[in-house]
Design a protein around this ligand. Sequence first.
Ligand code: SAM
Ligand code: SF4
Ligand code: SF4
Length: 338
Amino acid sequence: MTKQQVRDQLNRPLRDIRISVIDRCNFRCQYCMPAELFGPDFTFLPRSELLSYEEIHRLASIFISLGVEKIRLTGGEPLMRKDLHILINMLSKIEGLKDIALTTNGVMLPKHAEQLKAAGLKRVNISLDSLNDELFGEINGRNVGVGPVLKGIEAAKKAGLGIKINMVVKKGLNDTEVIPMAKFCKENDLELRYIEFMDVGSTNGWKMDDVVTKKQIYEMLKEHFEFEPVEAAYYGEVAKRYRYKGTNTDVGFITSVSESFCSTCTRARLSANGQIFTCLFNGNGHDIKEFMRSGVSDKEIEQRIKDIWNHRQDRYSDERTEETRKARKKIEMSYIGG
Ligand code: SAM
Ligand code: SF4
Ligand code: SF4
């Protein structure tokens, strides 16, 4: 397949897409879908508003023809979408796609890991913010202990999926877990990625004071471990990685707040209700679902996506100040999936 290479206003190519397949979740993480706001009366998207698997496949094929090489499925909790393996199977057959990954809280992996792998899934990022049952239950807002996530990690390992662990670090909440999580992941040869708490959406009460920066986490780790830096594996790699000396195990940092990486951001996002977002912090989505449902051709959809990417100027993290933060209308994480 000959691919086109679309570029945005800052000359960034379109290389990856994150697709949120559902806005629902079985957790209520404080920093993402706080239980007080996402309560029993909260209205989630009706099924008809979600993109169907056929629609996702159609859009993904067009994105791939425009230069996308990697797809990540996310949510809400993507494994709450029925028969996700069917979508993965459909996507994995598209020519030109190099990688397909999933971000999940892991709880449903024991049931699905084998099937997902057989369908063509290569890698999972499993979110785990603490190894302490009580604290983890408090963070996930559903009193779920660590056990079900550990079982999910085991199941992913057994199925032969590549695994990374995502840990969001929030000051005063789980910074005490930085070292226990590092020890656990090192012992189990799991790549841990510390994620700086981000000001996504407008419901998580974000304050700069709550962010534990990469530098601060690295200082904590250096008291216990020796590291060597690892070269970026490809253009636009988001994580800054280090390796525990004398091992093959890496640890990474997602430094969206303290060291922005907008200049190499090659990522588009497709929300559960079929809008394209060109930045995690840009609340103005571009409808693609209704456009597609109006009966347009693939060529017309392709042109619409090209136009959206060509006009892109986003570099929110580069420009983040108290003023830009307050002025910006932002999309919730559960719609767009991180
Ligand atoms: N439910 C799945 C999960 O938790 O892995 C996938 C969706 S979740 C929105 C994707 C990732 O975003 C998770 O690793 C989660 O920890 C992270 N995340 C959510 N809210 C965040 C925030 N405010 N700052 C940083 N990361 C956040
Ligand atoms: Fe759900 Fe993931 Fe958000 Fe937690 S971070 S509430 S598991 S979508
Ligand atoms: Fe990309 Fe927006 Fe994040 Fe910058 S702030 S790295 S443009 S998603």
